[in-house]
Design a protein around this ligand. Structure first.
Ligand SMILES: NC(=O)c1ccc[n+]([C@@H]2O[C@H](COP(=O)([O-])OP(=O)(O)OC[C@H]3O[C@@H](n4cnc5c(N)ncnc54)[C@H](O)[C@@H]3O)[C@@H](O)[C@H]2O)c1
Length: 258
């Protein structure tokens, strides 16, 4: 099979958490463009429906499933609904995440737990649901988790200790699952984006004023776009990456190099 053929995802099925907008939406669109049917699993059901409708114009099946990744019941219900509609699961993109910019000395325990709940527990619950389904099916699969360059460096000047800790944990969780599920041919990898222009960064009152400073510090002097993460996700989702598991991919315009 040629390399371009290996990038095709025809008749595969995927779910994308946090897929209603931003990075998740862009990667859901890439998976759909390569032929995969996609479930948009997002806490914002309305935006998820709009995104699913957009994806259908690419000629694949797309559904919105309102899901809270911090709730085991909600994640299980999403998985059941997905399997009922599409008949199985081949690709899971566990991507939903939030960031709170609070100084460690002033952070409440509730704030700390909120970030860990979405970014770490959410990735565990969705990856676990995907892994269980893939083990049951017995035909392998690919799980991709969204970590961050914040797993590798401490962002500055904004404080975000819970976010940074949660993303470092996502990488070690990814490696752990990759080792446990290698025998089932389930590959588990993570991506670590640098600053990407999405709602999370462009529309955050705490972060928006810092963009100029980030760009000054970046060797490429700009933020990335969500579509600049599409190729790595397509590569990891399909057969082109058959020997790639337990790895993290930093896509950051060399931000973490300096
Ligand atoms: N934008 C960046 O600069 C950047 C950089 C590195 C990593 N990331 C990570 O990429 C991922 C996506 O970020 P983004 O920039 O696209 O953010 P975004 O805020 O634009 O999108 C996040 C999506 O997740 C959904 N979501 C939030 N909580 C949820 C929950 N409990 N259950 C289900 N869905 C939920 C939101 O409704 C939203 O649609 C996050 O994990 C984020 O930490 C982003």
């Amino acid at each position: 099979m040629g390399i371009l053929e290996k990038m095709r995802l025809d008749n595969r099925t995927a779910f994308v958490t946090g897929g209603a907008r931003g990075i998740g939406k862009s990667i859901a669109a890439a998976l759909a463009e390569c032929g995969a049917n996609v479930a948009i699993a997002d806490i914002d059901g309305q935006e998820a429906s709009a995104t699913a409708a957009e994806l259908e114009t690419l000629g694949v099946k797309a559904v919105a499933v309102e899901t809270d990744v911090t709730s085991p019941e909600s994640v299980e219900a999403m998985m059941r609904q997905m399997v009922d509609i599409f008949g199985g699961l081949d690709i899971a993109f566990c991507n939903a995440g939030i960031c709170l910019n609070v100084k460690a000395s002033e952070q409440t325990f509730e704030e700390w737990k909120k970030v860990i709940d979405v970014n770490l527990h959410g990735v565990f619950l969705t990856a676990q649901a995907a892994g269980r389904q893939m083990i049951k099916q017995g035909r392998g699969g690919s799980i991709i988790n969204t970590a961050s360059m914040s797993a590798h460096i401490v962002n500055s000047p904004q404080p975000q200790c819970a976010y940074n800790a949660s993303k470092a944990a996502v990488i070690q969780l990814t490696k752990s699952l990759a080792v446990e599920w290698a025998e089932y041919n389930i590959r588990v990898n993570s991506i670590s984006p640098g600053y990407i222009g999405t709602e999370l960064t462009l529309n955050s009152p705490a972060l928006k004023p810092l963009i100029e400073e980030w760009n000054r510090c970046s060797p490429v002097h700009r933020m990335g776009r969500p579509d600049e993460l599409q190729a790595i996700a397509v590569y990891l989702a399909g057969d082109a990456s058959s020997f790639t598991t337990g790895s993290d991919f930093i896509i950051d315009g060399a931000f973490t190099c300096v």
